[in-house]
Design a protein around this ligand. Structure first.
Ligand SMILES: NC(=O)c1ccc[n+]([C@@H]2O[C@H](COP(=O)([O-])OP(=O)(O)OC[C@H]3O[C@@H](n4cnc5c(N)ncnc54)[C@H](O)[C@@H]3O)[C@@H](O)[C@H]2O)c1
Ligand SMILES: CC(C)[C@H](C(=O)O)[C@@H](O)C(=O)O
Ligand SMILES: [Mg+2]
Length: 372
């Protein structure tokens, strides 16, 4: 692949979103510096910050920028002033949901890896999680998130609906991914209770003969929530609907050791958006303590989307180097923690230099003198 020129829309969002996005951009700029690609960043408002500025969590200008970009990088949205106000009519999360729907991002792909050097950080037994490596395909633009919702005189309702086509398209993507991995697909549903889940099983059963090299099994979501923790190595590709995927993936982050490590790609037929799976972690806002690795690994997925595999591999190698050297934020390094900015700089520096030894000047600039 030669030198690429790409426009990336950046939606830093709220809370720690701007801090983790800044580090991912630093790493993408390091990739440009090393390989000569030209990435143009177009930063736009989304979420609570957009409501404050315009009254709308997804202003038209932001949507236009996303529609005109080659890819989108998102930090996180959300603010306690809305979380704690159930009566709020306009909410940051509406912006994210509208964005996913408007861009047709129907598949959210969330890799979960147990890093050997972090096994000690997981509260789970090392021998159970060592080697765990799963890929969650979460349907992203259907289900209960997007059904009719509202209040009745004495209650409230959220309708869960799925069309066959909505299930078919993400199912094909999940099977295709399984074919490139360990050739196992687990559908997580609640088919013993929900009609939509029975449709999911029906569709997966219909499609599975087209992927006869992939073994398929089915788990009810309550059992799956337990199995993910009890025996995560049994999973290769997990396919599931929108809300179950949201919940199971946060749970699976315990295997990696921190929610701040899990990246994702939200893809459709035309566009793709890259976002950490975590939220705006408001308690950490402005403290320079949030882990930027989930967003940096989301940027690596963005590079893969541009078919820049060598560049993406280098970013992943640089992240691995940071993990190996324990250049980590406080939730993974309580004794000698590094800041969000230091972790980002350390990873970016490795990307530019491709070497484990940092020169003296950079050590001082980055405050890294203790690690080499
Ligand atoms: N995609 C998104 O933008 C997104 C995702 C989830 C939640 N949210 C929003 O974020 C806000 C806060 O929600 P929440 O507290 O339930 O979830 P959260 O993901 O923001 O944080 C949950 C916990 O995970 C840990 N964590 C999260 N990100 C981390 C990071 N980068 N580094 C280290 N630790 C990290 C922290 O311990 C934190 O208390 C809400 O407004 C919610 O709606 C947004
Ligand atoms: C903020 C919220 C709407 C979002 C979701 O539930 O999809 C988040 O939890 C996520 O995982 O991206
Ligand atoms: Mg979530």
């Amino acid at each position: 692949m030669g030198i690429l020129k790409k426009r990336i829309a950046v939606l830093p969002g709220d809370g720690i979103g701007p801090e983790v996005c800044k580090e991912a951009i630093k790493v993408l700029e390091a990739v440009s510096e090393r390989f000569g690609h030209q990435f143009e960043f177009d930063t736009q408002l989304m979420g609570a910050c957009a409501i404050d500025a315009t009254g709308d969590p997804l202003p038209e200008k932001t949507l236009d920028a996303c529609l005109n970009a080659d890819a989108i990088l998102l930090g996180a949205i959300g603010d306690p002033k809305y979380d704690n106000n159930p009566a709020a009519k306009v909410r940051p999360e509406q912006g994210l949901l509208r964005l996913r729907k408007s861009l047709g991002l129907y598949a959210n792909i969330r890799p979960v890896t147990a890093y050997d050097v972090l096994l000690e950080h997981s509260p789970l037994k090392n021998n159970r999680i060592k080697g765990a490596d799963m890929l969650i395909f979460r349907e992203l633009t259907g289900g209960i998130y997007f059904g009719d919702k509202g209040r009745t005189e004495n209650g409230a309702y959220d309708h869960c609906t799925y069309s066959k086509e909505e299930i078919v398209r993400v199912t094909h993507l999940a099977f295709q991914a399984a074919q490139t991995r360990r050739k196992k697909l687990t559908l997580v549903d609640k088919a013993n209770v929900l009609e939509t889940s029975r449709l999911w099983r029906e569709v997966v059963q219909e499609i599975s003969p087209e992927y006869s090299d992939v073994a398929v099994d089915y788990l009810f979501v309550d059992n799956a929530a337990m199995q993910v923790i009890l025996n995560p190595k049994q999973f290769d590709v997990i396919l599931t609907e929108n809300m179950f995927g949201d919940i199971i993936s946060d749970e699976a982050s315990v295997i990696a050791g921190s929610l701040g490590l899990l990246p994702s790609a939200s893809v459709g037929d035309k566009l793709a958006l890259f976002e950490p799976i975590h939220g705006s972690f408001p308690q950490a806002k402005g403290k320079n303590i949030a882990n930027p690795i989930a967003t940096i690994l989301s940027a690596a997925m963005l590079l893969e989307h541009f078919e820049l595999q060598k560049e993406a591999d280098l970013v992943k190698e640089a992240v691995q180097n940071a993990l190996d050297k324990k250049v980590l934020t406080p939730e993974l390094n309580s004794t000698s923690a590094y800041t969000t900015e230091q972790v980002g700089s350390f990873i970016a520096y490795y990307v530019v230099e491709g070497s484990e030894s940092l020169p003296h000047k950079s050590n001082i600039e980055l405050g890294l003198s203790t690690i080499i």
